[in-house]
Design a protein around this ligand. Structure first.
Ligand SMILES: Cc1cc2nc3c(=O)[nH]c(=O)nc-3n(C[C@H](O)[C@H](O)[C@H](O)COP(=O)(O)OP(=O)(O)OC[C@H]3O[C@@H](n4cnc5c(N)ncnc54)[C@H](O)[C@@H]3O)c2cc1C
Length: 630
């Protein structure tokens, strides 16, 4: 029996595992990344894209913390698109169409060349736990890997089954090898697992699609990027981007699907797990939105080295012959060839309510979990959790306090708090609506919010941190300059600019630039041009957001600060609620079940009412339950 010893073992080389392993190794921990095969490190089993609403902001946050997804996504992007650019800055988000082969190849190279990181191929079948503490993992071939901490990121692989109609085959994504033993060993160690389901659409040979019958979905011009370390020459230019397209389902598509509903794995009773509410199958959409005459489908190229198109929105578990009929009813797809049929997958997941906000198990010391195995869905959600778990496993081994982001500080904070406070019964997806303070959690200010953490834990270099500090100083100078520079509205250029936007000359004296930029249509860039000046494009945009939304941002900040006071009251998972009189029955049950870390978390548990919180606060002052006021 072979035996190796590590500080941290990360099981899984998906989007969560990569970030966890790289963060741990870059912090200096002797780390192992265990994966079924090196070739599936960084695999995109579903859509070939990174980012989108809320998710794109998570990728920016990963960048501010020194993670890898943003760098790889930039360098392997086929198309960049800034979503909601006409809307407020709180909902703007970047999405890239990825070359899925180039993406995984780059991730593999990064992992294989990372100092302090050993990449090991093998299948974990048993989590070795003694005295409620994880000691390592045993592999299928009998190898034992020992470690001081383990991060579990097995995605959709544990006890996976692939389904097309009534055909049920054991396997992870694309029928890769799976095991039921690993989740059995988690249950043995005291963790609860449950079944979840997700699905993926068919891939079609691109050369067989008639794109003249579809509409073009272009990207956004300009230099867009997730990572602040990306240079313009590192990315594909707008002119060279590979386009996406859009088509729609037709009445004929709906007729075929509805006539065959009983053959779908979902509706024939084959599926036992709960599917993703926000990424439903096409048969689900037809059943749920009966009156909708058509559904839009995005056509996304998968890779420059593959002749395949991903039909986003057409996920199904109907039989292959029905998939053939359905797809030929789509405009542009009349003569298309399916390269890979759609299928659904069901797998074992862990209810994340069993985890602390550091993603350490409440029950098994030094065991961390992250990614789809925690009941989520999506690459970015997985990567954000992987960062959190990898950093916290390393910090814990260094004897340091965990890094936990507040809900007003990061979308990752919202995600972690939702998962560990409320748990989930269906694949959880991050949505902008889940964040109370969207205006504080913006694409443009991710570095401002988080880079100091990345720097402090050693994931952001001195050079990058200094560049950031310099940029902050430059921004302040630009805003100060606008505050002191007087723009005479009688000046012909300024008058013409303001009049062109529909603003009247409302003062006879000059108005300072800050006040002018507060007007909705005035842009720093254009205003400075009126007086023959310019500045860094990024800074001018940041200036626009800071000044135009100053009032709203301050209001959100004040509200967030009020809630923060609750977060500083630590209950701790050992708090004894039996010692507290007068809690409501439901409140007591939920508090005992979910074991919130803080009063803030307790306040977000449904069933814990304001009266329970008041009772708890008094009990703590009386020294009951052993909670701590900090
Ligand atoms: C069919 C399908 C449909 C999907 N549909 C959607 C969708 O519609 N929307 C969406 O957002 N997301 C979807 N996803 C999910 C998306 O793929 C995941 O969210 C994302 O990949 C999760 O990342 P992860 O790191 O948690 O796990 P994964 O990317 O799945 O990575 C898991 C890793 O663990 C390794 N591993 C597993 N078991 C073991 C073991 N026992 N020993 C050693 N290594 C192991 C694997 O080799 C792999 O490297 C879908 C996935 C599949 C398979």
């Amino acid at each position: 029996m072979k035996k190796s010893n590590f500080d941290i073992i990360v099981i899984g080389g998906g989007h969560a595992g990569i970030e966890a392993a790289l963060a741990s190794a870059r912090i200096g921990m002797h780390t192992a990344l265990l994966t079924l095969s090196i070739d599936n490190i960084g695999k995109m089993p579903c859509n070939p894209s990174v980012g989108g609403p809320a998710k794109g902001i998570v990728v920016r946050e990963i960048d501010a913390l020194g993670g890898q997804m943003p760098i790889t996504a930039d360098r392997t992007a086929l198309q960049f698109k800034m979503l909601n650019s006409a809307k407020g800055p709180g909902v703007r988000a970047l999405r890239v169409q990825s070359d899925k082969i180039a993406y995984k190849k780059m991730m593999q190279a990064v992992c294989l060349n990372q100092e302090h990181l050993a990449v090991i191929e093998g299948m974990a079948v048993h989590l070795d736990v003694t005295d409620d503490t994880v000691r390592g993992v045993t592999l299928k071939d009998g190898t034992v890997l020992t470690a001081r901490a383990v991060v579990l990121t097995t995605g959709t692989y544990m006890a996976g089954v692939n389904m097309i109609s009534a055909e049920v085959v054991k396997g992870g994504p694309d029928r890769e090898e799976t095991t039921e033993d690993l989740s059995a060993s988690l249950r043995e160690a005291g963790l609860q697992t449950f079944r979840l389901k997700t699905g993926t659409p068919p891939r079609v040979l691109t050369s067989t699609i008639d794109f003249t019958k579809t509409s073009l979905e272009p990207g956004t011009p300009g230099f867009l990027h997730f990572s602040e370390t990306t240079q313009e020459e590192d990315v594909r230019s707008f002119e060279n981007e590979i386009p996406c397209y859009m088509t729609y389902t037709t009445p004929a598509t709906h007729e075929i699907i509805l006539a065959n509903l009983n053959k779908s794995s979902m509706y024939s009773g084959v599926v036992k797990g709960v599917g993703p509410r926000y990424c439903p199958s096409i048969e689900d959409k037809l059943v749920r939105f009966k009156d909708k005459p058509r559904h839009q489908l995005f056509l996304e190229p998968e890779s420059l080295s593959m002749d395949t198109t991903y039909v986003q929105g057409f996920s199904t578990s109907l039989p292959r012959e029905i998939q053939e009929q359905m797809i030929h009813t789509l405009p542009g797809f009349e003569h298309c060839l399916i390269k890979k049929y759609a299928y659904a997958i069901e797998y074992d997941a862990i209810d994340p309510i069993q985890m602390k906000p550091s993603f350490e198990s409440k029950r098994i010391h030094n065991l961390y979990t992250a990614g789809q195995v925690n009941g989520t869905s999506g690459y970015e959600e997985a990567a954000g959790q992987g960062m959190t778990a990898g950093i916290n496993a390393a910090l814990s081994l260094q004897g340091k306090a965990p890094l936990i982001f507040a809900r007003d500080e990061a979308y990752i904070g919202v995600l972690v708090d939702d998962l560990t406070t409320k748990g989930t019964l269906e694949p959880y997806r991050l949505l902008t609506s889940r964040a109370e303070f969207r205006l504080l959690l913006r694409h443009d200010n991710a570095e401002q919010r988080l880079i100091h953490y990345g720097h402090e834990i050693g994931l952001i270099s001195e050079a990058r941190y200094s560049r950031f500090m310099k940029k902050q100083e430059d921004l302040k100078q630009l805003e100060d300059h606008l505050g002191t520079a007087v723009f005479e509205q009688d000046d012909p250029k300024i008058h013409a600019y303001l009049a062109g936007l529909g603003y009247k000359n409302d003062t006879h004296t000059g108005v300072n630039g800050r006040e002018l930029v507060r007007r909705p249509k005035v842009l720093t860039k254009d205003l400075l041009a009126c007086i023959g000046e310019t500045a860094d494009a990024d800074l001018m945009e940041r200036c626009d957001i800071d000044l135009k939304y100053e009032g709203y941002i301050s209001k959100a900040r004040r509200e967030a600060d009020k809630l923060k006071a609750m977060e500083s009251i630590i209950l701790g998972t050992e708090f004894n609620y039996e010692e507290v009189d007068n809690l409501s029955i439901e409140g007591r049950q939920k508090l005992m079940k979910y074991k919130p870390e803080t009063m803030g978390q307790a306040s977000r548990i449904s069933g814990v009412n304001p009266a329970d919180l008041a009772v708890l606060a008094i009990a703590m002052k009386q020294g009951k339950g052993r909670g701590v006021h900090s």
